[in-house]
Write a protein that binds this ligand. Structure first.
Ligand code: AOF
Ligand code: ZN
Length: 373
């Protein structure tokens, strides 16, 4: 494939790939830990089929587009945001379907780093006489699947540290009250993210203080799903009558601990929670080991809504990939009012955790600053 050599794609190629990207995004929140993938089939300068990977375990984008195509696909071009797969997973290989459909040209947006595919998809297509070109709109295709690319390479979830704070960095008043710091638009965005990412993690202190549900209450997404809830609880102090434990039968719930108290563990298991035991790291759950175990369970992403202690531990453990800070134009003050990141903190200015590729958005009255670590 002329991936590096040919950067001169036509406006038409970019137009159809952009449409495929748009379609792919319809899968947001439904396909994890699989990638978002979209496909557009074009013949005689007309779109004759469109599809996307709709749900984990179900049809891949290419077969979805083919199955919706009402016309003969022989000699057609398919635009697909990810290299077509050539392995048998939950679905049969897309490459075979493309050959069978008589597709003559495949335009790709990004290569698939999955070791089961990774160039083999392109090779199969070329060996079957199909012209393969790419990568069109590569940056957009890569940006769309930052979670998948991280997960498939590291086998650990992509962690987003989310905080909502006042202008003076407080996440609660000195009485511990935090409802609500940000406005409705910001909170809708938070709930959309609970649909987008696979899991949400807090510390036991947050459960004791706020008794949260951590479910997804987005009003903009129809039928959103709840993230897996994870409580970091080194000494198994989570109240059995907390709302999270009481709803563990309906929403998957994990308690991560380094306690070996098996009686206490059984109480949580009987309530429907899964208990994960890690080794102890400075009297806390070993977060790196926890991420490894979550990755093995197929959890590709975690929103970290920890209190200040857990947030600092997560930064120190090097597990945070993205920081997402909502700032409300308010001031709480108070030397005892909690801030988003506590722990010991860093000693020198040049040791600061710095964000790359930052974006700044206004959401109603609030500001959202996001960036990668
Ligand atoms: C494609 N088109 O729409 C997607 C692809 O278990 P499976 O069969 O669903 O395979 C999942 C893997 O296939 C996933 O890790 C990624 O490498 C690729 N996903 N490939 O050609 C698609 N979703
Ligand atoms: Zn496939």
């Amino acid at each position: 494939m002329q991936q590096e050599i040919n950067n001169n794609f036509s406006k038409q190629d970019e137009f159809y790939m952009r449409r495929a990207i748009e379609l792919a995004k319809n899968g947001t929140g439904w396909v994890n830990p699989n990638p978002l993938v979209g496909a557009v089939i074009v013949k005689d300068d007309r779109i004759i089929g469109e599809g996307w990977h709709r749900k984990y375990g179900e049809l891949h984008a290419e077969r979805d587009a083919l199955s919706r195509c009402m016309e003969d696909t022989s000699g057609a071009t398919i635009y697909v945001t990810l290299e077509p797969c050539c392995h048998h997973g939950k679905q049969p290989p897309c490459t075979e379907a493309l050959v069978q459909a008589g597709i003559s040209r495949v335009v790709i947006g990004s290569m698939d780093p999955n070791p089961l595919v990774s160039g083999k998809g392109v090779k199969y297509l070329e060996e079957h006489g199909i012209k393969v070109e790419g990568c069109v709109c590569n940056e957009e295709c890569l940006a769309m699947n930052y979670v998948f690319f991280h997960y498939i390479r590291n086998k650990e979830p992509y962690v987003v540290m989310k905080t909502a704070q006042t202008l003076d960095g407080k996440i609660a008043t000195y009485k511990g009250l935090s409802k609500w710091i940000t406005g409705e638009q910001a909170r809708e965005n938070v709930h959309a993210d609970r649909h987008r990412y696979a899991a949400i993690m807090v510390g036991v202190g947050t459960v004791i203080a706020d008794n949260p549900m951590l479910d997804c209450r987005s009003t903009a997404i129809s039928n959103p799903h709840n993230p897996v809830r994870i409580i970091c609880d080194s000494r198994l102090r989570t109240p059995l009558d907390s709302r999270i434990v009481k709803s563990a039968g309906q929403i998957p719930t994990i308690i991560a601990t380094c306690s070996t108290d098996s009686d206490r563990k059984s109480l949580y298991e009987n309530a429907g929670c899964e208990v994960i035991i890690t080794k102890e790291s400075e009297q806390h759950v070993d977060l790196k080991e926890l991420m490894n175990i979550l990755g093995e369970k197929g959890i590709d992403s975690v929103i970290l809504e920890g209190g200040g202690t857990l947030n600092f531990s997560a930064l120190q453990a090097g597990i945070v990939n993205r920081v997402q800070t909502y700032i409300a134009p308010k001031i709480f003050g108070g030397v005892d009012s909690k801030t988003a990141v506590e722990g010991q903190g860093i000693a020198n200015v040049d040791e600061a955790y710095r964000l790359r590729n930052k974006t700044v958005r206004l959401l109603g009255d609030d500001i959202l600053i996001e960036g990668e670590l």
